[in-house]
Design a protein around this ligand. Structure first.
Ligand SMILES: [Cu+2]
Length: 203
């Protein structure tokens, strides 16, 4: 937890009584929550004295409960942020398009086969070391943002079930294909596991 000054803590606590616990440990907003939780008017949370339940106190109680939920959400989001997008690429891992080959002429729909070496395929959401799932970039020119999940649209196809090939339908003309391995949370590995771009001529 980052250090917080006492005054915002007091606002956060929304309590008129001295915030001894918070003052003793101003670096931790948990002290505030603990302090509020131990106050008599909050004993209703534990099924006790309701006589103290005046409007202001009820508001403070709701605020406290709301703040707890907020803290919980912040902790969850923080945890996910730390957990996702930080998957290290195993050495020697690479992806490649087995077929079609660069420059091939194909008839739509056509089969694209995904090749992966030095790693395994796992469905999205499964955080197993040295695994990921395939993503096919179709006519994508912009670089992917390493801090964001791989976009999901008609140009960025996710194969989150662990597929290793796909039947692709494209309008006639030249199209580029590129294979990208994403981690369990659809983020790029660091450094990215990404194939060469190939061009196909679709009939
Ligand atoms: Cu994905």
């Amino acid at each position: 937890m980052t250090a917080r000054p006492v005054e915002p803590l007091e606002k956060l606590c929304s309590a008129k009584q001295p915030l001894n616990a918070a003052r003793r440990a101003p670096e931790s907003s948990e002290a505030c929550y603990r302090h509020l939780w131990q106050k008599p008017e909050f004993s209703i949370m534990h099924g006790a004295d309701k006589s103290a339940g005046q409007a202001g106190r009820t508001g403070a109680m709701l605020f406290s409960a709301y703040s707890r939920v907020q803290l919980f959400i912040v902790l969850i989001i923080g945890g996910l942020t730390i957990a996702s997008g930080e998957t290290a690429r195993p050495p020697n891992a690479f992806v490649y398009i087995i077929s079609p080959k660069d420059g091939d002429t194909v008839t739509s729909p056509f089969r694209v086969q995904f090749g992966l070496s030095g790693m395994g395929v796992a469905p999205a959401g499964v955080d197993t070391p040295n695994t990921g799932h395939h993503h096919l970039m179709i006519d994508v020119n912009e670089a992917l943002d390493p801090n964001e999940p791989i976009p999901q649209d008609k140009n960025h196809l996710h194969f989150g079930a662990g597929q290793t090939e796909a039947l692709i339908e494209l309008p006639p003309g030249k199209h580029t294909l590129q294979l990208v391995l994403g981690d369990w949370s659809h983020h790029l590995f660091r450094p990215p596991v990404i194939s060469d771009v190939i061009t196909v001529n679709v009939n």
